[in-house]
Design a protein around this ligand. Structure first.
Ligand code: NAD
Length: 507
């Protein structure tokens, strides 16, 4: 496989790095098995305590220098990373697709997202602005400025093996921070490839060792990071279970966290919806990445007057889906990440049936030629009630739930009636319904769309969600502020020292 060689991936790889230095550790081997064909792609040595300490020492040391680089100079490094990613887009897209199992188009799209956030961060590096205020005291000036925080610990999930890291790092780097990345143990090779790409650019620009670090391992490594008071900010992406543990550990030491956790995203299909357009949004949202996006469409809340017609369209569309090797561009749906995920999918189907769900399209595991990895499943559709406990829960697989409604208030109540609050959408040509959905009494999610589906965000907006999704925001808009510390400055250029609030203090 040429893309592995092009990305510097070997059959055995060191999983701990401070940049150009790869640290040998005595950790166990993490084997990366492709869900596409069940074959071993390569192994990565996990980070042990000694390796972790070496990384933390290098990152702490690098901060003294990196924070003094002018932000536009750091931005220039990020611009070159964008160029390096453009050159490696095809190779890295193929690795993402082969190691994680998403379609090649989505793998390439993920690398494009990395390039986009580089471009965004380059512009940002000439801004990072605070406000100025008028002081109540004569001869005084007030303003605020933003300074780098230090080390940012990044814990990422398997389903976006490279993009989530770049959303965090590109902003953190222009802000003057250092990054220590712990990727998901299910996709460790993507982290090695990213570090190799970064290293060439960093070396050319004399970036200090320790600005881009990786540590590899499972939950334990994530726990080391979350408990480590040398790390002022932890950005963690993954399940709500993980986010509760990380949030508690970081909170206990009064650190900061950005939590990007599970979703349970719905599209409302109104009686005034354009049904053919809605179909594309719903099907891509439900089966894209085999239902393993945090923004995947899990629920369709459909008006009773169009319910049967829309269900018939869905059933027909599901009948045309091609499931198989995601690197073959003729296929729509690839595999789940591993057999554990397949078992969770099967058990959710059973639970749904036990609660009274009726399947309009049946699920099941595929067997035979091309399905040897055991990770390919059929996308399925169940008619349910919103209150079923299985519907309230995020199953990370292509199971789509249909819920019928009769008026818009009821639809919005269903949409909001789950513990998660990431992405939401309404398909309608009614201005009144659209505005109600977007109003303060409408969707309670971090993302609310009109006439597009729930998945596929652009990097320009802040990304994240409410409630059990964790409340964090990453990527565009002013998400960069989370990566810096704010300082308020008051300067007295008068010859007196008047106190605020007119307080008198004479000596
Ligand atoms: P996961 O929670 O199993 O693992 C995510 C990461 O957390 C991994 O690196 C893992 O090693 C680490 N981890 C696990 N337990 C930990 C602990 N107690 N302390 C510290 N680190 C710990 O999630 P996953 O299966 O890799 O990914 C799927 C989940 O991620 C879904 O719930 C999905 O919705 C969510 N997700 C959310 C977003 C978002 O932006 N909101 C984006 C992608 C994925």
């Amino acid at each position: 496989m040429e893309f592995l060689t092009a990305l510097g991936i070997n059959s055995t790889n060191t999983g701990t790095s401070t940049g150009s230095t790869w640290i040998q550790t005595k950790g166990e081997n993490i084997h990366s098995i492709s869900p596409v064909d069940g074959k071993l792609i390569g192994s990565v040595t996990a980070t042990d305590k000694e390796g972790y300490e070496a990384v933390m020492a290098a990152a702490s040391k690098a901060f003294a220098e990196w924070r003094t680089w002018p932000a536009p100079r750091r931005g220039e490094v990020v611009r070159q990373i964008g160029e390096a990613l453009r050159a490696k887009k095809s190779d890295l897209g193929q690795l993402v697709s082969y190691e994680m199992g998403k379609s090649l188009q989505e793998g390439l799209g993920e690398v494009q997202e990395m390039i986009d956030i580089c471009d965004f961060a380059v512009g940002l590096s000439r801004q990072l602005h605070g406000l100025t205020m008028h002081s109540e005291r004569p001869g005084h000036r007030m303003y605020e400025q933003y300074h780098p925080l230090g080390i940012v610990g990044i814990i990422s999930a398997f389903n976006f093996p490279v993009a989530v890291w770049s959303w965090n790092t590109m902003l953190a780097w222009v802000c003057g921070d250092l990054c220590v990345w712990k990727p998901s143990e299910k996709v460790p090779l993507c982290s090695i490839a990213c570090q190799n790409i970064i290293n060439e650019v960093f070396e050319k620009n004399g970036v200090p060792e320790g600005v881009s670090c990786i540590v590899n391992g499972g939950r334990e490594l994530g726990e080391w990071l979350s408990h480590d008071s040398r790390i002022p900010l932890i950005s963690a992406t993954g399940s709500t279970r993980m986010g509760k543990a990380v949030g508690a550990a970081v909170g206990a030491r009064l650190g900061r966290s950005i939590l990007e956790l599970g979703g349970n995203n719905a599209i409302i299909i109104s009686k005034d919806a354009e049904l053919d357009m809605s179909l594309i949004g719903a099907v891509f949202g439900a089966v894209g990445t085999a239902g393993q996006r945090c923004t995947s469409t899990r629920r369709l809340i459909i008006h009773e007057s169009v319910y049967d017609a829309f269900k018939a369209k869905l059933v027909k569309a599901y009948g045309q889906l091609k499931i198989g090797d995601p690197l073959d561009q003729n296929n729509h749906v690839g595999p789940l990440i591993d057999k554990d995920a397949v078992n969770q999918y099967l058990s959710s189907i059973e639970k749904c049936k036990a609660e009274g769900g009726v399947f309009a399209v049946e699920g099941g595991v595929l067997e035979g030629d091309g399905y040897e990895s055991g990770c390919y499943v059929k996308p399925c559709i169940a008619e349910v009630q919103n209150h079923f406990s299985i519907v309230q829960h995020e199953t990370f697989a292509p199971i789509l739930y249909l819920i019928k409604y009769s008026n818009i208030d009821e639809a919005i109540a269903y949409q909001n009636g789950v513990p998660q609050g990431l992405s939401s959408a309404i398909m309608t040509l009614s201005l009144r319904e659209a505005e109600q959905f977007l109003s303060s009494a409408g969707s309670d999610c971090g993302i609310a769309n009109v006439n597009i589906g729930t998945s596929g965000a652009e990097i320009g907006g802040a990304f994240g969600g409410e409630k059990e999704t964790g409340g964090g925001r990453e990527s565009g808009s002013d998400a960069w502020k989370a990566y810096m510390r704010r300082q308020t400055n008051t300067i007295n250029y008068s010859t007196k020292l008047p106190l605020a609030q007119g307080i008198k203090f004479d000596l």
